[in-house]
Ligand binder design. Structure first.
Ligand code: PDD
Length: 284
């Protein structure tokens, strides 16, 4: 049976799922997205993802195309129709189809809404057990990285550079400071403190980041929300990344140099464990 996809109010088999060639997501990357992880057939941090979707749309003068309850129903329908136990639901909202024009289309042009599932093992993952190797790359993205837009080419190029170098991912760097990973937030552990970049227009405000920082605070771990340099990361005791698809994943090498002992560290392991337990318990 083929995967069922949600396209503008209808559930259709993926082969039949279509959007217009005039869609502004296609022509201008004029759209935003969310990735919600699914554990045991339930949605992790759904409310947080919806809050960020609303914020991303608002920053681009778009409104929520459906009520949050409808998004929840759609997500649950897709999970059920595709018998998804573990993986993600991807949702994209664009400014819709209109004649190509740098001006936004007339008011009332319907936004496009597409959602689909992706099955994936998220908990039992080799990358989480052995850690990932990363390289650093210049951050050539635009100045509003806090808006989760579909313009992901720069991040995709960084990830390809990592692959060509035989590594797993890249951390993007601006003025000597790490901004974030290609599709995750970046952290180091040094001097007993967990350090991650503070929220601004420079990085995506990760939903997993918010949950992990809350859990770290509850576990009385020491946190510093500030920018850190590549040198600091290379000298750190541990490093890790967080996202809806990777949860908490240790980084064991940066630009060919081992981080700490070169093996996944205890702080990342503990945070991964408590994050997954909390995500399972609070999923809807
Ligand atoms: N990416 N930073 C960037 C640039 C991201 O693309 C992501 C998520 C994150 C982490 O955000 P969250 O914890 O809300 O997933 C940080 C998703 C998973 C993706 O593009 O597939």
């Amino acid at each position: 049976m083929s995967r069922m996809v949600f396209v503008n109010g209808e559930y259709v088999p993926e082969e039949a799922a279509r959007v217009s060639v005039f869609d502004r997501g296609f022509l201008f990357a004029d759209g935003v997205y969310e990735v919600v992880s699914v554990l045991g057939g339930k949605l992790v941090d759904f409310a947080g993802h919806m809050a960020r979707l609303r914020r991303s749309l608002g920053a681009l003068d778009m409104e929520m195309p459906m009520a949050e309850a409808e998004f929840l129903a759609t997500h649950r329908d897709l999970v059920a129709r595709n018998a998804l136990d573990e993986g993600m639901v991807y949702t994209q909202v664009t400014r819709g189809a209109a004649d190509r024009d740098f001006l936004f289309p007339p008011e009332g042009t319907p936004l496009s809404v597409v959602s689909f599932t992706q099955a994936a093992a998220l908990v039992d993952k080799p990358a989480a057990r052995r850690g990932i190797r990363i390289i650093t790359q210049p951050d050539i993205r635009w100045g509003r990285r806090d808006i989760k837009t579909v313009q992901l080419l720069a991040a995709s190029m960084c990830k390809m550079a990592a692959k060509k170098a035989g590594k797993d991912d890249a951390w993007m760097v601006e003025d000597g400071f790490v901004t974030e990973g290609t599709s995750n937030n970046a952290y180091v552990v040094a001097g007993g403190s967990i350090i991650t970049r503070d929220l601004s227009h420079s990085i995506l405000h990760g939903i997993t980041r918010a949950a992990v920082l809350r859990l770290a605070r509850e576990a009385r771990m020491t946190l510093e929300e500030r920018a850190f340099t590549v040198e600091e990361a290379k000298a750190a005791d541990e490093a890790f990344v967080t996202s809806a698809s990777s949860f908490v994943t240790p980084v064991i090498e940066i630009d060919g140099l081992p981080v700490g002992s070169g093996a996944p560290g205890p702080v990342a392991a503990r945070l991964r464990e408590i994050y997954i337990a909390d995500a399972r318990a609070s999923a809807v």
